[in-house]
Write a protein that binds this ligand. Structure first.
Ligand code: GLP
Length: 250
């Protein structure tokens, strides 16, 4: 596990963007695993800057997003599809045939989950997966007491997650109670993982994920078992670490 501690949100975003950019430069047909939430927005902005400066070409890249709300269609402004289009895809030369986001409106959810997982496998697997982290330790929408063996599946969201995500909705009642999410197994099968976290409100969960016991109550703690994972966090998110582990200052 590598830990990179950056001064602030901007530096964290730049570092994450550089890592993704290097991946795409080295392998133009990379398979990227992408995340939503407020944390990766800065990273997407930096990637757009690289693209505008002609430093990266996304034309052969394929993407798989971690999750999508159940019951929201693509045009809903709160859907993760809408988020990805607005924050990233429409600003770069990615081929829209190459983007994959679970369909929250699928009639047969089991089939949708199975096919999503199959598509990832058939693409050759995710080269690099970007993750954020929920204050309760969730990654994707894999909530505490997670099943480490799960692949893409329908998830019931925790009350705390619904509350946290309600900041993007007009009324809390509008927040979907379920989502389709890659499972822990899907995430752990990625060849490389970067987890981004910023701010004091993530300090406790970052400490638990990195230095705590590996436990389903902190889903992100399983990342300790991955052979190529880098936590890219700012000083505020790192403030509770006791740094018994390898620390690389960015
Ligand atoms: C959501 C997403 C996660 C994300 C988390 C943290 O629940 N499903 O993928 O990591 O929120 O979000 P934020 O980055 O806004 O703190």
């Amino acid at each position: 596990m590598r830990i990179m501690i950056l001064k602030d949100y901007n530096e964290m975003s730049k570092k994450a963007a550089k890592i993704l950019a290097s991946q795409v430069i080295l392998k133009p047909n990379s398979i990227l695993g992408l995340a939503t939430g407020s944390t990766p927005v800065g990273m997407y902005n930096e990637l757009i800057k690289f693209y505008n400066a002609n430093e990266i070409d996304f034309s052969e890249v394929k993407t798989f997003n971690l999750d999508e709300y159940y019951g929201l269609n693509k045009n809903n402004e709160q859907s993760y599809y809408y988020f990805m289009m607005n924050n990233f895809f429409k600003h770069v030369n990615i081929n829209l045939q190459n983007i994959n986001i679970p369909n929250g409106m699928a009639e047969d959810i089991e089939k949708e989950c199975f096919e999503y997982e199959e598509k990832i496998l058939q693409s050759g697997g995710i080269d690099i997966q970007v993750l954020g982290i929920g204050a309760n330790g969730h990654i994707g929408f894999n909530e505490p007491d997670v099943n480490f063996e799960a692949s893409t599946h329908l998830v019931e969201l925790e009350e705390s997650t619904i509350k946290a995500n309600s900041r993007f909705f007009k009324y809390i009642d509008e927040v979907p109670k379920k989502a389709i999410s890659m499972g822990m197994k899907t995430i752990m099968q990625s060849k490389q993982i970067i987890l981004l976290a910023s701010g004091k409100n993530k300090a406790e969960v970052i400490k638990n994920a990195i230095e705590g016991k590996i436990t389903p109550t902190v889903p992100a703690s399983i990342l300790q078992l991955h052979t190529n994972v880098t936590f890219i966090i700012d000083e505020a998110a790192a403030s509770k670490l006791e740094s018994k582990i390898e620390v690389a200052y960015g």
